[in-house]
Design a protein around this ligand. Structure first.
Ligand code: HEM
Length: 534
């Protein structure tokens, strides 16, 4: 028995997935059927020398294979997921009446998706870019989706900028080069709000050592409300209980050369071995009064809140204890939307968030179809709507219930949420770019000379690929931020240019094959030596 033979061999859980299946299912899981359910005859599984047009198995096989791909996510395309729960550890009822965060020790099931942000589906996990965590809480009051990045600041405040960033930072339309640094730096210097997030990404924080080893931030300032209708303004943070760990660019390059799935592997192995990763969820809180007094815009997603203006409140714990069963079912078809909020969490009020309310629905309608909330992984615990028909899955389509509202025939009815805040906050945002957070990052968030040196090298090395006028514009921007930073990057850039030139002088040490690739086979010559007559 195979499963016994491998008992003493140590495989990583990712390598023994099939063996684990076999151990769980000591016999075949059943008869193989065609797509409509009729059993497959073994003679139809081979088609050579047969009437292929009469072979429904062949037709089913090829036509479904042809349709296997759906559009990949326009961002955050590469990712993986897991199941788990969220447990409330502290009483936060004075801040929010959201059921999911009320009642110490209450557990809510979750499905999460971790992602890289700019990689295509088959890309590299240890690429230098923000990483994502999306959490879907299946609460009693509907799905709450909280989407986070590994950087505590975002790139821009105006949703209009998003397409330019994805075009400028993803693949070049002619050269097919992923992350063309000329377009990235060009855009960044013309839209300097992007620089703060870029500083985080180019620093040690840009390549964490696995999805388990980083903190995650929803970034936006959320409005939350308690049962008296009082509001607070909060920034949530998921703090890793595995400890923050980073990879240097050199380490990441070495890993990337052999393993594009380094993060996926680490997460799967950890969960499968019972080392369940967890994060503490906490929130930095300001009152309505506080936000009017501070000397910075607390809704600005491109900057951090200043110490002394808020207090931090622990909420609970996110624990992941189950690997997904099927990547397509549980991860690819998952539709996380920041607009999926619940009573007690009215949500962010800034302009970027308002944009995001529409984008995710729209992109998921395109990617998964208009009924994407009826796909298994996205289905809320309870749902009764007046939505009907459309592209499958429609599930029971509300059976024979009335399909218009209002009606006098006992269709679903709305409720009155008396706790809902009466006043709506209107926020106006400034379009100016403040370089102070960038100065602060370089001088205070970067803690020591080693970190500073790695940051400078990470910025300077790719600059050698960028056209000189664009580099000059970047150096000007850096001078506005901090003279020491700009001087050191300029010096490191000059070294990088020389190193790049030197690299072109050294021939690539590839191995030559003599002649063309053979496309015919030599007839082996037989030994014609005559056998001596005895
Ligand atoms: C204008 C701003 C933004 C736009 C237009 C945008 C757009 C998108 C789109 C189109 C997707 C793919 C969704 C899908 O196909 O299912 C996505 C995914 C994601 N976004 Fe954003 N995004 C923006 C800002 C942000 C911000 C501020 C955060 C976090 C603080 C964020 C976090 C994420 C995450 C974590 C995912 C991956 C979701 C998943 O795992 O399925 N995004 N975003």
């Amino acid at each position: 028995d195979d499963s016994k033979r491998f008992d003493n061999v140590t495989y990583q859980p990712v390598h023994r997935q099939l063996l684990d299946f076999k151990i769980k299912n000591p016999h075949s899981i059943g008869l193989w059927t065609k797509n409509a359910g009729d059993p497959v005859d073994i003679r139809d599984t081979v088609t050579i020398n047969s009437d292929q047009f009469s072979n429904q198995l062949l037709i089913d096989t090829i036509s479904t294979l042809d349709g296997e791909r759906i559009p990949e996510r326009v961002v955050h395309a590469k990712g993986t997921g897991a199941f788990g729960y969220f447990e409330v550890t502290h009483d936060v009822s004075k801040y929010t009446y959201a059921d999911v965060f009320n009642g110490v020790s209450k557990k809510t099931p979750v499905v999460v998706r971790f992602s890289t942000s700019l990689q295509p589906v088959g890309g590299s996990d240890v690429s230098r870019e923000p990483k994502g965590l999306a959490v879907k809480f299946y609460t009693e009051e509907g799905n709450l989706d909280i989407l986070c990045l590994s950087t505590p600041v975002f790139q821009f405040r105006d949703p209009m900028t998003v397409r330019e960033v994805l075009h400028g930072f993803k693949v070049n339309p002619q050269s097919n080069i992923r992350l063309d640094f000329t377009s990235a730096v060009d855009l960044l210097t013309l839209r300097p709000s992007l620089a703060h997030n870029a500083f985080w990404v180019m620093s040690d924080f840009g390549v964490p050592d696995g999805y388990r080893r980083m903190d995650y931030f929803p970034i936006h300032t959320f409005e939350i409300a308690n049962k008296y209708g009082e509001t607070h303004y909060v920034r949530f943070h998921f703090r890793t209980e595995q400890g923050v760990a980073i990879l240097t660019s050199v380490q990441a390059a070495a890993i990337q050369a052999v393993d594009l799935d380094y993060y996926n592997r680490d997460l799967y192995n950890a969960i499968d071995s019972g080392k369940y990763p967890s994060w503490r969820l906490e929130m930095d809180v300001m009152t309505r009064h506080d936000i009017q007094k501070v000397d910075f815009d607390p809704f600005d997603v491109t900057r951090l809140w200043k110490n002394g203006t808020f207090h931090t409140v622990p909420i609970g714990k996110l624990v992941l204890n189950k690997n997904v069963e099927n990547l397509f079912k549980d991860v690819e078809q998952a539709a996380y939307s920041p607009a999926n909020l619940v009573p007690g969490i009215p949500g962010p009020v800034d302009f970027l968030f308002r944009g995001r309310r529409t984008f995710y629905r729209d992109t998921q309608n395109y990617r998964l179809g208009r009924n994407h909330n009826k796909i298994l992984v996205n289905m809320p615990l309870y749902e009764k709507t007046y939505v009907r028909d459309g592209t499958p899955p429609t599930r029971l389509n509300m059976r024979n219930a009335p399909n218009y509202y209002p009606n006098s025939f006992h269709g679903p009815v709305p409720y009155v949420d008396e706790r809902r805040p009466l006043k709506k906050l209107e926020v106006l945002e400034n379009n100016a770019v403040d370089v102070e957070p960038l100065w602060y990052f370089y001088n205070h968030i970067i803690k020591d000379e080693d970190q500073r040196l790695r940051f400078i090298t990470n910025v300077a090395v790719p600059l050698a690929q960028v056209t000189p006028p664009v580099v000059q514009r970047l150096l000007k921007l850096l001078f506005l931020i901090d003279e020491d930073l700009a001087t050191r990057i300029r010096a490191a850039y000059e070294v990088a240019l020389v190193a790049q030139q030197a690299a072109t002088l050294v021939p690539t040490p590839s191995i030559e094959y003599p002649g063309n690739i053979p496309t015919t086979q030599e007839v082996p010559k037989h030994n014609t030596t005559e056998i001596p007559k005895s």
